[in-house]
Design a protein around this ligand. Structure first.
Ligand code: SF4
Length: 268
């Protein structure tokens, strides 16, 4: 991948959400602060880890042990045994194990992390897929497990990259159909899109355009938004001294009515 501009779903999401966040995360060279620990985050991480184990071994009990050990960690006490979050996590895992049992595949991959280089455009598309299956009927599917209230378009965009990655990595014939599935374990919604090679070409074209836009961006304004509370860059940490000059993005005009809850990174 050397010399190629690597683009990921998370990178695009960050760029769209807040250019300042993108700058901190991908350009500043600063070490990423620890993620904010929250019960929903722990539940999501724990269930994903457990479902990876279920995919690998095929035994739901292995997944339960994995999830229990994760949530019993002292640092994860807020979602530990005896909490409503622990109960919810186990319930989500049970639904995930049922989903696993319903999939008729002859091979499967958990948390496939791969990339698709497009040398002619100087770009690499990176994709991480919760699960990929080669089905017994000859088709393939990629799955993104969801444990919260997720937005369909965001899931679709993530799965589009996964679709390209699977089609390329496994050199699928152009006529092979790949189902991209956003499987919400909380709501039970299973969102299926059946994708063809023409869809993969359209995705590559789209991401090359996005990569070119990101590469030529020179201004990184902070755009406070509803996700600021989850932004890893929000706390006023030691990196503040390395941030761009405040004049570049200081939108605080000194109005005393500015609420305290405004994002830390934007104010740093
Ligand atoms: S806290 Fe909000 S405004 Fe500040 S960098 Fe993060 S997302 Fe952007």
């Amino acid at each position: 991948m050397s010399g190629l501009f690597a683009i990921t779903h998370s990178m695009v999401q960050s760029f769209e959400r807040c250019r300042k966040q993108y700058w901190f995360g991908y350009l500043s060279g600063l070490e990423r602060p620890e993620d904010v620990v929250s019960p929903p985050g722990l539940v999501g991480n724990g269930v994903h880890r457990a479902l990876k184990t279920v995919c690998l071994t095929g035994d739901p009990e292995d997944g339960e042990r994995e999830l229990d050990a994760y949530l019993r960690m002292p640092a994860h006490e807020c979602a530990g045994p005896g909490t409503e979050h622990y109960t919810r996590a186990m319930d989500l895992l049970r639904r995930g194990a049922e989903a696993h049992a319903s999939i008729d595949s002859d091979d499967r991959w958990a948390e496939l992390d791969t990339w698709v280089p497009v040398h002619s455009r100087g770009v690499t598309l990176r994709a991480r897929i919760d699960r990929a299956d080669r089905l017994r009927n000859g088709e393939w599917q990629v799955i993104d497990w969801k444990t919260g209230h997720d937005i369909d378009e965001v899931t679709d965009a993530q799965l589009d990259l996964g679709h390209v990655a699977v089609r390329t990595t496994f050199q699928l014939p152009s006529e092979t159909v790949v189902s991209a599935i956003g499987w919400n374990l909380r709501s039970g919604q299973v969102r299926v899109r059946r994708l063809h090679s023409t869809d993969a070409k359209a995705t590559v074209k789209r991401y090359i355009g996005i990569a070119n836009r990101i590469r030529t961006t020179t201004e990184f304004a902070a755009t406070p938004n509803r996700a600021c509370g989850f932004c890893a860059w929000r706390p006023p940490l030691s990196w503040a001294a390395d941030a761009p000059a405040a004049s570049e993005w200081d939108w605080d005009d000194g109005d005393d009515e500015t609420p305290d809850a405004l994002p830390g990174a934007a104010l740093a």
